[in-house]
Design a protein around this ligand. Structure first.
Ligand SMILES: Nc1nc2c(ncn2[C@@H]2O[C@H](COP(=O)(O)OP(=O)(O)OP(=O)(O)O)[C@@H](O)[C@H]2O)c(=O)[nH]1
Ligand SMILES: [Mg+2]
Length: 461
């Protein structure tokens, strides 16, 4: 895209680093490069996509601001699709600010959040779902989240969407041909669309939409709270899952007062795991405050590990808090499996909703059953067996909504065809489905939505 202004920003994180990168994009990039950069070995001209060693100077005085490596890259074979100038400075905040100020004086303006990627999108270097994948890539917390983001960046999601889109366009062509034929001929014929074909497209859309839950969890992770009576081994379990002694463990009930939250990865899922104070009738104001907070934390958790002490019978207190926790996905965990068993599992079952998964027996102290516990956490969280992970996953609610909307349009189209409604109406529904899909790749995404998406990026990306 030509005729735009030129933007610049520091692309590396704030603070001191080995190098700091300033990125410039737009038609004035080459002029800015020539004005500020003094090469060590004078080249005849800037060769595109080559790295040059030299100095950044204040043009009027010739004062040297930094010793740098720069690259000028001529569009459209660049990230943004525009002429781009990149300056690798030394990574000091003052150096970067000073050089950036010179870049602004030489004709660039500060880039907005995500503006480089937005230009890449507007110039057709990336489609919208790929641009969004850039964010996911940067924010990935686990190898699984990273590989899902790479898949999306490399266009696997876009490719899948395009395939479905092609199918829908084929359908539309058939129906519109039937409309034209009817007009020419005066004969109203059943449209040339195949009901089974529409159903396949609907199934494709729905199965892609159904990957949302898993995709989002893989990307964003979940909050899991360990809750239970005092002394059942909650802190021991946190330490065990974390692989280090993070929380204090003592034989005295009421040891943990404050939350202890740690980020771990369980079977590829980023988990924010919280150890809490034991729930019981509080003995004093401090404990009461702590236990009130536990209930608040339970309310915001995605899932609970309800820890019980297998070496003791179920108490009325257990019964009470089990009934209060039932609004959440929860996994009963019976600890201290190394000690003689006293807990009546049948009775426990009768206190839990039917949808609760079977209890897992562990010994937090000695590590028995921890692998089974991890697998059970994964199954509870994803609520689908692990084998289904292969394939493309969506992770944005926006994508899910658009896929579902497209599927609904096709359902109406199919019903219309089935009931012999006018092909014109059917064709409108099918066009609606195409528009919805276009919102994912950015063909038909409204400007405000674009602005909102790119506002999530950092400056310089
Ligand atoms: N035998 C045995 N003892 C355990 C096991 N897990 C924890 N314990 C012991 O149980 C006691 C309480 O453990 P904690 O991890 O502090 O229990 P907690 O639930 O965090 O207790 P509060 O913070 O007081 O609510 C300690 O003496 C632990 O060593 C286990 O698997 N087997
Ligand atoms: Mg504790």
């Amino acid at each position: 895209m030509t005729g735009r202004d030129t933007i610049a920003a520091i692309a590396t994180p704030p603070g001191v680093g080995g190098i700091g990168l300033i990125r410039v994009s737009g038609p004035a990039s080459e002029g800015i490069a020539r004005r500020l950069f003094r090469p060590i070995h004078l080249p005849a001209s800037f060769l595109s996509h080559h790295l040059y060693h030299g100095e950044i100077v204040t043009p009027e005085t010739g004062a040297i601001l930094d010793d740098v490596l720069v690259a000028f890259m001529r569009g459209p074979r660049t990230y943004t699709g525009e002429d781009t100038f990149e300056i690798n400075c030394h990574g000091g905040p003052l150096i970067l600010r000073t050089v950036l100020a010179e870049v602004f004086r030489a004709g660039a303006r500060p880039a907005e959040r995500g503006e480089f990627t937005k230009r890449a999108f507007l110039n057709g270097r990336l489609d919208l779902s790929q641009a969004e994948a850039v964010l996911d890539l940067v924010a990935a917390k686990t190898p699984e989240g990273l590989s899902a983001a790479v898949d999306r960046l490399k266009g696997r999601l876009s490719g899948r969407i395009e395939m479905i889109r092609d199918g829908i366009i084929g359908l539309l062509a058939g129906i519109e041909a039937a409309i034209d034929f009817a007009e020419d001929d005066g004969v109203v014929d059943t449209p040339g669309a195949d009901l089974a074909e529409i159903q396949t497209l609907i199934d494709d859309l729905r199965s892609l939409a159904a990957t949302y839950r898993r995709g989002r969890i893989t990307r964003d992770g979940i909050g899991v709270v360990i809750a239970g009576r005092p002394n059942v081994g909650k802190s021991s379990l946190l330490n065990r899952l974390l692989g280090e002694k993070r929380a204090i463990v003592t034989p005295t009930p009421g040891t943990t007062r404050d939350f202890i939250e740690e980020a771990i990865t369980i079977e590829g899922i980023p988990v924010r795991l919280t150890d809490t104070a034991g729930i019981r009738l509080p003995e004093n104001a401090i404990e009461k405050e702590g236990i009130d907070l536990v209930w608040e934390r339970i309310a915001t958790a995605d899932a609970l590990l309800v820890l019980l002490d297998g070496s003791m019978g179920l108490t009325p207190e257990d019964q009470e808090f089990l009934s209060e926790m039932q609004s959440k996905p929860m996994l009963p965990v019976i600890n201290k499996s190394d000690l003689p068993e006293r807990l009546d599992e049948k009775r426990l079952r009768s206190l839990l909703p039917d949808t609760t998964p079977p209890a897992v027996r562990i010994s937090a102290k000695y590590g028995d059953g921890i692998d089974r516990l991890k697998a059970a956490i994964r199954d509870m969280v994803l609520a689908t067996p692990a084998e289904e992970t292969a394939g493309i996953m969506i992770a944005d609610l926006r994508h899910k909504v658009a896929l579902e909307k497209a599927a609904e349009c096709l359902v109406r189209a199919r019903e219309g065809l089935h009931e012999g409604l006018s092909p014109e109406l059917t064709s409108l529904e099918i066009r609606g489905a195409l528009d919805s899909l276009g919102e994912i790749t950015g063909r038909t995404t409204p400007e405000e939505v674009l602005d909102r998406i790119f506002a999530n990026f950092c400056v310089g990306k």
